[in-house]
Ligand binder design. Structure first.
Ligand SMILES: [Mg+2]
Length: 491
């Protein structure tokens, strides 16, 4: 097993927990437009285009994430679990969702305690082993960080609410434990991580007599391609194998952007064909545990949205990230009641008092958090925050993205170069749409001048000139951030 002796930094673990939910939802939304389609060639672009059999909007997640949200919601609120999850499944089904899996419909379509209804259904149809519980199991791993025994027990119980039976329950146990194991033990992004070994970590939580079969299934997937399982990837075992194959078969990019493996592996999962959204949703939960929310492409994050229960307001990437972080923290927010607090700007004004600072660099506004109000007065319609923000700090109607760039250390920024490239490409796309963009952090001392310099490099400046200009107008960032600006040129 490739693990590190160094404990994973706390902010990286939290980013990974958020990545579990966010990357799974992205895989779901990416695959939605290709569901039931044939395998695609390696060079075929895979786009978050929506459509498909159910007419999804571009970036809209499907039943996989909708059901995962029934699990995530009570975990994020720290409330009681199994009963709330059962109630969440019921409320979702009652809201007349666009797509419901066959086995899920057979169970949720009847009244009575779900586990009992599901067990009776299994008795009447002993072969049933759909992928409908594995597709939503990601959040289960966030319920008991670092406690695989408890995760395994919960994964089995939640699967049994709709998908009882050895194969479905075992797959959920293995995948959920693998996610937790990856969050806590995967080394920093420069080092190798063995995906199949991560999944093997859960074998001890299966009954003795079922381990060798799963070991063989894992071995088979570790050297296969997702497409090898496409004929029957609605079956939980083949969906599990296809998802693992997507992670294993996709080479990790050389250079400074290894986290781009997350995107590449999800595209590969979708190219496998058939139940594309579900295979990619399953793969995304594990990929996100390794690479984190900061490896999710900006363009995907921007498009991503969907339902929890139909009729309620739709949720977006920021909602998923907030809920995942709280679930991973026992249902509680952290310091300053973030994430979830309505206003953080007041806190910044008290603890980091400064005058509003804002300057235009390459046609984009950069500055500190104190300049937000005047930016809105000047017609800024898009805000990219490089610091924690409250849910109500930016008015409704202004497009808002919070990017997890930290000004602390390189070790706490596992996707630094990738993230800079993604933000800069995002700014370019926003500008091309005619949007008035304001990029800020708290004090504009490190994060904001770093993005400003990367933006200037994107616009044609040399890294040295770009850093000098950002330093002149704002502040000279820490050396590890300057180094990232230089690296953002290549690749
Ligand atoms: Mg689906």
């Amino acid at each position: 097993m490739t693990t590190t002796d160094q404990p994973v930094p706390v902010p990286v673990r939290a980013d990974r927990a958020a990545g579990v939910v966010l990357a799974s939802a992205c895989g779901d939304a990416l695959g939605a437009g290709y569901e039931f389609g044939p395998p695609l060639g390696a060079d075929t672009p895979v786009l978050m285009k929506g459509g498909g059999s159910f007419g999804w909007k571009p970036g809209e997640w499907t039943d996989d994430t909708q059901m995962a949200l029934a699990i995530l919601t009570p975990l994020a609120e720290g409330g009681p679990r199994l009963e709330s999850i059962e109630a969440g499944f019921r409320a979702w089904y009652a809201s007349d969702p666009a797509d419901v899996g066959n086995q899920t419909r057979a169970v949720l379509g009847q009244s009575g305690p779900l586990a009992e209804v599901a067990a009776a259904h299994l008795t009447s149809k002993p072969g049933s082993a759909g992928n409908g519980s594995l597709m939503r199991t990601g959040p289960v791993a966030l319920a008991h960080p670092g406690d695989p025994e408890a995760i395994a027990e919960l994964a089995r119980a939640i699967s049994a609410l709709t998908h009882p039976g050895d194969d479905c329950e075992d797959a959920c146990v293995l995948w959920s434990v693998a996610i937790d194991h990856t969050i806590h033990h995967a080394p920093d992004s420069r080092h190798h991580w063995d995906w199949a070994d991560a999944v093997r970590a859960g074998l001890v939580h299966l009954p003795d007599d079922r381990r060798s079969r799963w070991e063989a299934l894992i071995d088979e997937a570790a050297t296969a391609e997702p497409v090898d399982f496409h004929r029957n990837n609605g079956w939980v075992v083949n969906a599990f194998q296809a998802a693992l194959a997507a992670a294993c078969a996709t080479p990790v990019p050389h250079g400074d952007r290894p986290g781009d493996h997350l995107r590449l592996a999800l595209e590969r999962a979708v190219r496998g064909g058939s139940d594309t959204d579900t295979v990619a949703a399953i793969a995304g939960a594990l990929l996100g545990a390794r690479w984190g929310a900061t490896a999710v492409p900006f363009s995907w994050r921007r498009l991503l949205r969907g339902h929890r229960v139909y009729g309620e307001p739709t949720l977006d990437a920021a909602d998923l990230e907030r809920m995942a972080r709280r679930a991973f923290n026992g249902g509680r927010p952290g310091a300053q009641d973030w994430p979830g607090v309505a206003k953080l700007v007041d806190y910044y004004q008290t603890h980091f008092a400064d005058r509003p600072r804002r300057t235009t660099i390459g046609g984009v506004d950069f500055g500190n958090v104190h300049a937000l109000a005047e930016a809105f007065d000047d017609g800024v319609d898009t805000v990219i925050s490089l610091c924690r923000m409250g849910t109500d700090d930016v008015p409704t109607g202004v497009e808002h993205h919070v990017i997890g760039l930290l000004d602390t250390t390189e070790a706490e920024n596992p996707n630094l170069v990738l993230l800079l490239a993604e933000v800069v490409d995002g700014i370019a796309a926003l500008k091309a749409e005619g949007r008035h963009v304001f990029v800020h952090c708290v004090q504009a001392q490190n994060r904001t001048p770093t993005v400003a310099a990367a933006w200037l490099v994107h616009e044609g400046a040399t890294p040295d000139d770009a850093v000098s200009e950002a330093a002149r107008l704002l502040n000279r960032p820490k050396p590890f951030l300057i180094s990232a600006v230089h690296k953002s040129v290549s690749g």
